[in-house]
Ligand binder design. Structure first.
Ligand code: PRT
Ligand code: ZN
Length: 283
């Protein structure tokens, strides 16, 4: 069987994390060469390095079996590909922003106004859905300077920290869509055994990234309370300590409610709590 192909961004915001994800899956390939295609030495796969905008079409047309790109790009290209897995990085939102001193009472106020964007398709659909007649000005970059240049009344662009908007005297007023990096597949790709193996590895890495390993000591008589707080993957491991009446509990806790859980387990009598990062969780 020929190696599967995965397309990732050659350089830019998604490149580093896409490469790191594949490497954390135990897959080795060269990233230093100028070549646009890198064979993996220990997995039947080739990595294609492309511009993010081209990735959805390459996948749709089966030039690549898989791709990693932002949901925003897929939506803008209106390409039909299967989203196999959200990847949790490259998070941003496509938002409309106006000069910070503009009073803004709602999207209806965009009627008759001009909006500069590199996302004319998504913006056009949004305006149409909301019955707004605004003039879309398509630009190829540096969208945020358009209002200051007198080119448009508003902009529609990706926002992550909001720093770019702030430093250009703009404020976000409406979020059109949220986006993050996703693993996409060509039609039928998910039934390829090598794609399935890669997906299993990616999910193991993602699961571990959102989870911490916790070891703590507790008096045996308080064990029930701790076990209820730390259910673990199946159930926690409990091992006796040399000191009679005490046990060590090993379990996992999700990153999202980590600090809340730590407070609760301390209050339940846990001592010597050690927290560690994990590499993979295979279920
Ligand atoms: O060369 P190539 O075409 O591959 O790359 P590119 O220049 O088109 O894209 P790139 O590398 O900038 O972004 C790739 C993907 O990263 C996007 O398609 C999104 O899915 C995702 N992403 C996440 C972002 C941002 N966050 C982001 N903040 N892409 C762009 N931005 C820009 C935004 O356009 C604005 O200029 O960052 C600025 C705002 O950032 P904050 O943090 O100041 O709000
Ligand atoms: Zn691009």
């Amino acid at each position: 069987m020929s190696p599967i192909k995965i397309a990732i961004q050659k350089s830019g915001r998604l490149n580093e994390k896409s490469v790191a994800l594949l490497k954390n899956c135990g897959i080795s390939f060269e990233t230093t060469g100028r070549s646009l295609i890198a064979p993996c030495s220990n997995f039947p796969m080739e990595v294609l390095f492309l511009r993010d905008d081209d990735i959805p079409e390459y996948v749709r047309d089966h030039t690549a079996d898989l791709g990693i790109c932002g949901e925003n790009v897929i939506a803008e290209k209106r390409v039909k590909v299967e989203c196999l897995q959200k990847l949790g990085f490259g998070k941003c939102s496509l938002s409309i922003a106006v000069p910070k001193n503009t009073a803004f009472g709602g999207v209806a106020e965009l009627n008759g106004k001009s909006v500069a964007t590199t996302y004319p398709v998504i913006l056009g659909d949004y305006l149409k859905r909301n019955g707004i007649d605004a003039n879309i000005i398509e630009v190829s970059g540096s969208v945020e300077i358009s209002p200051a240049l007198g080119l448009s009344d508003a902009i529609c662009d990706l926002v992550s920290t909001g720093g770019t908007l702030r430093s250009n005297g703009l404020k976000p007023v409406t979020e059109i869509m949220k986006s993050e990096a996703v693993l996409i597949g060509a039609n039928g790709a998910a039934s390829n055994p090598d794609v399935q193996e890669l997906l299993l590895r990616i999910r193991s890495v993602l699961r571990a990234e959102g989870t911490k390993y916790v070891v703590l000591n507790v008096e045996e008589k308080k064990l029930g309370e701790i076990v209820a707080l730390l259910p673990g993957v199946k159930s926690p491991t409990v091992v006796p300590l040399a000191e009679k009446g005490w046990v060590a509990v090993h379990s996992v806790v999700s990153e999202a409610d980590f600090w809340e859980k730590m407070g609760q387990i301390k209050a339940a009598g846990a001592q010597g709590i050690v927290v560690m990062s994990m590499e993979k969780i295979i279920v």
